[in-house]
Design a protein around this ligand. Structure first.
Ligand code: DON
Length: 314
């Protein structure tokens, strides 16, 4: 059963739990920085921050919760939400499935019957989503995403030009995936522009507090609880949380649901967003990753919070 988060007299208790989870997370010393995008290997490996934003608009934070990092694959969840809003779930489902793939995030695997990517949380699926948004908005697609992500965070987000360039110069595997998607009739011929949109969305800068607020916006049925802004559509929010639940942690997703039980999405920049429907968003940042591309301290922190606060869905 979940505790009632953040009535005023419990404020110190929640901060106390957060501080304790942070201290325990510091003991986690495994993992390595992502270096396949060269610029990602230049961050401070020991950074660690955790934030919680409640669906009533309160924010709790500890450690490096205001340190900016690139959102990377965490963007896939929010991009999917926008694609559903823009063209409807039936149209989106024709181009990308909702089945956990059990494969790594950068796998070159497609559903053999439909040629669709398995889900929108692996690179192939997220590039498909970028293709949907590019079809819709052309060169304006990135500004559209940036605007919505910023409104979900409740402030104008920044952009890391160096990480973007670094990925653009080295992202040949993603370009290969995009060409296979074109060959399968899943995305249009604007392959380079679509991949460019995908690289750009991955280079948006966020903090753990931003991720917690973006998570709280999903938890609060698409309305940012801090600003009252209706950022996302309710049906799209539901579909997004469902896919985060089953596919958000890549080939660790089954274990994640089993042990931790919270819809979540990770990124190789070191961020994780967690969403507890109607209750709160969690944001964590620590750039050392495990072999599946998930933040070691972030996974430990969300696991501990799930345990301490009784957040598991079952
Ligand atoms: O496409 C990539 O490889 C990166 N821009 C994002 C991958 C990612 O974040 C996977 N996460 N764990």
């Amino acid at each position: 059963m979940s505790m009632n988060i953040a009535p005023p007299d419990h404020r110190d208790e929640l901060q106390f739990i957060l501080d304790d989870v942070y201290r325990r997370g510091l003991d986690q010393r495994d993992g390595a920085l992502a270096d396949y995008i060269p610029e990602l290997a230049r961050v401070e490996p020991e950074s660690f921050g955790i934030a919680i934003a409640t669906a009533k608009g309160k924010v709790y934070a500890v450690g490096d919760a205001e340190v900016a990092f690139t959102i990377q694959s965490v963007s896939k969840a929010f991009g999917y939400c926008l694609a559903i809003e823009q063209i409807g779930r039936a149209q989106v489902l024709q181009r990308v499935g909702v089945e956990p793939s059990g494969d790594a995030f950068n796998a070159i695997e497609f559903d053999p019957h439909t040629r669709r990517p398995y889900n929108p949380m692996v690179n192939a699926g997220a590039i498909t989503v970028a293709g949907i948004l590019h079809d819709r908005f052309g060169d304006g697609a990135f500004d559209f995403m940036m605007d919505r992500f910023s409104r979900a965070a409740g402030r104008p987000l920044g952009f890391d030009e160096k990480v973007y360039r670094s990925e653009s110069e080295t992202g040949h595997r993603n370009r290969a995936i995009a060409h296979l998607l074109l060959a399968g009739g899943i995305i249009s011929e604007a392959v380079e522009a679509i991949v460019d949109l995908y690289f750009r969305q991955c280079s948006i800068l966020v903090t753990a507090v931003d991720l917690a607020r973006m998570g709280a916006t999903l938890a609060n049925m698409g309305e940012n609880p801090m600003t009252g802004d209706q950022v996302f559509e309710l049906q799209a929010v539901r579909d997004t949380q469902a896919v985060m639940f089953s596919c958000g942690m890549y080939d660790y997703s089954g274990n994640w649901i089993y042990d931790i039980g919270i819809p979540a999405k990770s990124g190789v920049g070191g961020g994780i967003v967690g969403v507890v429907n109607r209750q709160l968003g969690i944001g964590t940042y620590s750039p050392r990753l495990d072999r599946k591309g998930n933040s070691v301290r972030g996974v430990a922190a969300v696991a501990a919070l799930s345990d301490e606060l009784g957040l598991h869905a079952f």
